[in-house]
Design a protein around this ligand. Structure first.
Ligand code: G6D
Length: 349
């Protein structure tokens, strides 16, 4: 196992670091310290062919302020905050309204645009990089000075782990996640329509026509949101139900996990045999099926098009800032934020 580091000379003033983690099976995970952006994950198919399973740009410059957040660390608060404001302990905070009237993914200068301090490490079982950043009080409109450490690591069980640790000197909202778009076909051979998904959730957050949670949790029973026994993503991408249509003909919804299965998500592509299992201590996940991904962007393995990847943004819910009944996104002063999501890659015949 090893960690390789290369420089990306962005311009005369800025150099980004590009890290590549490699395990003994030949699996690699590549990412930058700009936005903690994951640019490539190479894993084998059932024939042993190593191919990339995440969307990434051909030119690293295209990641600068990318409106699709390809591969990016999202924060301080992933998702949409209604009215770009919230109340906390009797005080009203106003944020950057960068998505209509809402604050999306931490505002127009989110953590996806920060150059993080990076410290590679290796021990007997894994290789990785600690990525650190100190948010100052009032940054992007959020209270509290927050020290964040995100750790990317890879082991020889083909498990890629993202660990998020943080502490704040003032109570503040914090909901960090990763915005990688997965496509298990390998090198973007096809869209995600035939990806088969099991998702351990009975309830999802109903959206209004501005993509904001209404505050109602809908049961998945009898809908294209019921993945408890497994279904292909394509059924929902073609479904004419209200909630699939609200999300621009697909999924862009927060699911609350039942936390009754070992893994919260299991996705499989039958042609390649690749399987992705996701295990997390987060209370839920936004599943986004790249419904609004525009055509024509130059990715490393080809040209972008709708439904080319699916995001599993494990997180608490920003809806909790305005509605009861949602997993809280509040970090108390003195409390340690300690979240982990493990992405395991395997193959099945
Ligand atoms: C759209 O609504 C979706 C978001 O969930 C996603 O993160 C973004 O595109 C990239 O705004």
């Amino acid at each position: 196992m090893k960690v390789d580091v290369n420089n990306i000379n962005v311009n005369k003033d800025q150099v980004w670091k590009l890290f590549t983690l490699t395990n003994d099976n030949g699996m690699t995970v590549e990412f930058m310290n700009y936005g903690c952006i994951i640019t490539k994950i190479q894993v084998p198919d059932k024939y042993g062919n190593f191919e990339n399973v995440v969307l990434g740009f051909e030119d690293y410059q295209d990641y600068r302020a990318d409106s699709f957040y390809l591969g990016a660390l999202i924060g301080r608060v992933a998702g949409r905050i209604k009215g770009a404001s919230f109340q906390l302990n009797g005080k009203t905070y106003t944020l950057d309204a960068n998505d209509g009237d809402s604050c999306l993914h931490g505002g127009s200068i989110g953590l996806n645009q920060i150059v993080w301090e990076a410290n590679p490490f290796q021990d007997n079982n894994r290789v990785g990089v600690h990525l650190c950043y100190q948010c100052v009080d009032g940054e992007a409109g959020f209270p509290g000075s927050v020290r964040i450490q995100v750790t990317y690591s890879l082991d020889n069980a083909n498990q890629f782990t993202i660990q998020y640790k943080a502490e704040t000197d003032q109570t503040t909202p914090l909901a960090l996640t990763n915005h990688s778009y997965f496509n298990l076909s390998g090198d973007l051979k096809k869209t995600i329509h035939n990806h088969h998904l099991v998702l351990d959730s009975n309830r999802f957050a109903e959206l209004d026509d501005t993509m904001l949670p209404t505050g109602m949790l809908q049961h998945v029973e009898g809908t294209s949101f019921d993945f408890r026994k497994g279904r292909e993503l394509g059924q929902g991408l073609n479904d004419r139900s209200w909630q699939n249509q609200v999300a621009n003909n697909g999924y862009d919804h927060y699911f609350i996990f039942n936390h009754k299965l070992v893994h919260q998500v299991v996705m499989k592509d039958f042609d390649s045999g690749r399987v992705l299992t996701i295990k997390t201590n987060e209370p839920g996940v936004v599943m986004y099926t790249s419904n609004t991904l525009t055509d024509g962007l130059r990715f490393a393995e080809g040209i972008s098009r709708q439904y080319l990847g699916v995001c599993f943004e494990t997180q608490a819910s920003p809806a909790s800032l305005h509605h009861e009944g949602f997993p809280s996104a509040i970090l108390q002063a003195g409390e340690t934020y300690d979240k982990q999501t493990i992405f395991t890659f395997s193959v099945e015949e």
